[in-house]
Design a protein around this ligand. Structure first.
Ligand code: Z5A
Length: 205
């Protein structure tokens, strides 16, 4: 039986996931909870290699189905080799992105059939789901503005604006389907205000 809790955080790029994960980790540490921080795609040795393939700008011909399958390959490694063992040890796991991102990016952005994504989800996860998903919702404009000062864009970040609008809608649809698990947070607010919203959700967990 799992003893730890599994929390995921998601949203369009620039929503503030990394910023808020820093806060969540230190908040839980202060409560005496041991936390494992991870990310998708990636989070394991093999997963990080898969991540490099996925984000490589030279892979621009990658078929959308290949992209989806690689996301789930990375996820399988992460679940089996990192998340489940940590939860069984009583640790809490915080993942920067998880399966909702596949529904939003590959389902919404790439317009892949959602039933096929559901089949992969069932195959890789069975009934395993996060205890809590924090969905940081921000407009595509705000998200892009926050990260415009950054280095070069990776393969997915190079997509056109309409792609990211579909991704955002995909996330919102997910939150409507699973309101108990996915908590929609207005991430256009200040960092402190977003933190306060997250802190009360963590307390209830
Ligand atoms: N992907 C996929 O397609 N399918 C899948 O199944 C999965 C992933 C799992 C890698 O994700 C890519 O993989 C991603 C989706 C795809 N592609 N895209 N696009 P990633 O998570 O590694 O990369 P990212 O989406 O590009 O994340 P990010 O740009 O690093 O965003 P973030 O972590 O949400 O933002 P941040 O670094 O915390 O904040 C950005 C800046 O905004 C920073 O200067 C902050 O100080 C500032 N900030 C943060 N919060 C605020 C607030 N509230 N106000 C003002 N400023 C703020």
């Amino acid at each position: 039986m799992n003893k730890g809790k599994f929390i995921t955080i998601d949203g369009v790029e620039g929503a503030g996931k990394s910023t808020q994960i820093d806060f969540i980790c230190s908040y839980l540490h202060r409560k005496g909870i041991e936390v494992v921080r991870t990310r998708e795609p990636g989070g394991t040795d093999l997963g990080e290699k898969i991540r490099s393939l996925l984000l490589d700008v030279d892979s621009k011909e990658m078929h959308s189905d290949t992209e989806l399958l690689l996301m789930f390959s990375s996820r399988n490694e992460l679940i089996q080799n990192k998340i489940i063992p940590a939860l069984n040890d009583g640790k809490w796991v915080i993942s920067d992105r998880f399966t909702d991102a596949s529904f939003a990016y590959q389902g919404g952005g790439r317009m892949l059939n959602l039933d096929r994504i559901t089949k992969l989800e069932e195959w890789v996860q069975g009934t395993f789901q996060p205890d809590l998903t924090l969905l940081l919702d921000v407009s595509v404009d705000i998200g892009m503005k926050r990260i415009e000062v950054r280095k070069e864009k990776d393969r997915i970040e190079k997509e056109e604006r309409a792609f990211f609008e579909r991704v955002r809608s995909g996330f919102i649809e997910r939150s409507k389907l699973y309101p108990e698990r996915i908590k929609l947070i207005d991430a256009s607010r200040s960092i402190d205000e977003v933190q306060n919203q997250i802190q009360s959700l963590l307390e209830s967990l």
